[in-house]
Design a protein around this ligand. Structure first.
Ligand code: IPE
Ligand code: IPE
Ligand code: MG
Length: 248
């Protein structure tokens, strides 16, 4: 990819000054995409990876600072073991294959979720990719893996309770700013735009705290078919919105 051509690629009807800084995506519909084609669900997940790689490049081309993608929820462990195992192996393989490319494209990757319950070999790949790309200054790419918004909030409460128990923090000192320091996403801005594919009108335990004022966009398109024209439509819709944050 050509650095510097970035904003030239931005569709002319989109205003660069009104782009979201941070886009989050619930990448849903891989299974249905595959089913529609008479393929096994795993083929949908494979194609889903390609759609994510394209979106990451597109965000970078169009000058969006941060992208967060929901890859695996705390509740997705309830799927057949075969599918879960396929996904874990897929994540590991993709991370290994894409690390060089992420370095070339100046991507800073970060994982959020309960990472300690993931397979050890995947944990090692995650650690390596985060450490290797830590200094990169380009797009901030966050992958939510074994992530649950409720679980994130509970682990933050537990960590804060320990600080209180040790006498390092007073209950009345706990405020939004301090609370955020204990979330997995500490240091990452809140999403401005949350996109969900495949038409479901729900949050499915994603970023419960962080999306308090995100604009939500739902498309019927299944995730593997989510492409630049689709993203363009989502951004156009976003630019029509008036974000009031409770004011008038
Ligand atoms: C999203 O697609 C990917 C993951 C949750 C890992 P799904 O696998 O949920 O696809 P559908 O919703 O069954 O079509
Ligand atoms: C949300 O999709 C999780 C991810 C995209 C990783 P699901 O397919 O798991 O959500 P539900 O079950 O339809 O709510
Ligand atoms: Mg789904």
């Amino acid at each position: 990819m050509n650095q510097g051509t970035c904003l030239q690629d931005l569709p002319v009807d989109l205003k660069p000054e009104r782009l979201p800084n941070h886009v989050a995506v619930i990448m849903d519909g891989n299974g249905r995409w595959a089913k529609d084609r008479g393929l096994p669900r795993i083929m949908g997940h494979r194609r889903g990876v390609e759609a994510l790689k394209d979106l990451l490049r597109c965000c970078r081309d169009w000058g969006i600072e941060a992208l967060t993608a929901y890859a695996f929820s705390s509740e997705n462990w309830g799927r057949p073991l075969e599918e879960v195992n396929f996904l874990m192996t897929l994540f590991e393989r993709v991370l290994r294959q894409e690390l060089q490319e992420m370095m070339a494209e100046d991507v800073q990757i970060r994982f959020v979720g309960n990472l300690s319950s993931l397979p050890l070999s995947l944990q090692a790949e995650i650690k390596n990719s985060m450490e290797t790309t830590r200094q990169n200054q380009g797009i901030k790419f966050t992958v939510a893996t074994n992530y649950g918004g409720r679980q994130e909030i509970i682990q933050a409460c537990q960590a804060i309770a320990i600080q209180v128990e040790k006498g390092l923090l007073k209950p009345e000192e706990i405020n939004e700013e301090i609370f955020e320091q204990y979330l997995y996403t500490t240091g990452i801005s809140h999403p401005d735009l949350l996109i969900r594919t495949s038409g479901e009108m729900r949050i499915s335990n994603f970023l419960l705290w962080q999306i308090a004022y995100s604009e939500i966009y739902v498309t019927e398109t299944f995730w593997p078919d989510f492409n630049r024209p689709e993203f363009h439509r989502a951004l156009s819709a976003y630019q029509q919105r008036e974000r009031r944050f409770g004011k008038i």
